[in-house]
Ligand binder design. Structure first.
Ligand SMILES: [Zn+2]
Length: 98
């Protein structure tokens, strides 16, 4: 989980992340409000939108945006952006898409 680089992931999804304080802020895919993901700490791969109150894991967000299954989202991130070096399989079942 710690190996995911949220900035690269968000850039890959054309969400134009901007660093602000300890957060990466980006346009919410669901409501166009401002969503944020912490840069550091245990929750750094989780995102939250203050406008629509949606939240989740960043990989689940990629799956939703790109319309991909977990394995395909993982492949995309592994092969093209270099954002993810290793994703543990447990991630796929821990987070539900909304
Ligand atoms: Zn939102």
């Amino acid at each position: 989980m710690q190996k995911i680089n949220p900035q690269k992931v968000l850039t890959k999804c054309e969400l134009e992340p901007k660093e602000e304080g300890g957060y990466l802020k980006f346009k919410c895919f669901f409501c166009n409000g401002v969503a944020a993901t912490p840069r550091y700490g245990k929750k750094k791969n989780l995102w939250y939108c203050a406008s629509c109150c949606k939240s989740g894991h960043i990989i689940a967000l990629v799956m939703k945006i790109k319309g991909l299954e977990y394995e395909d989202a993982k492949k995309l991130l592994l092969s093209k952006s270099g954002a993810v070096k290793k994703i543990t399989k447990e991630l796929g079942v821990e987070y539900e898409l909304q």
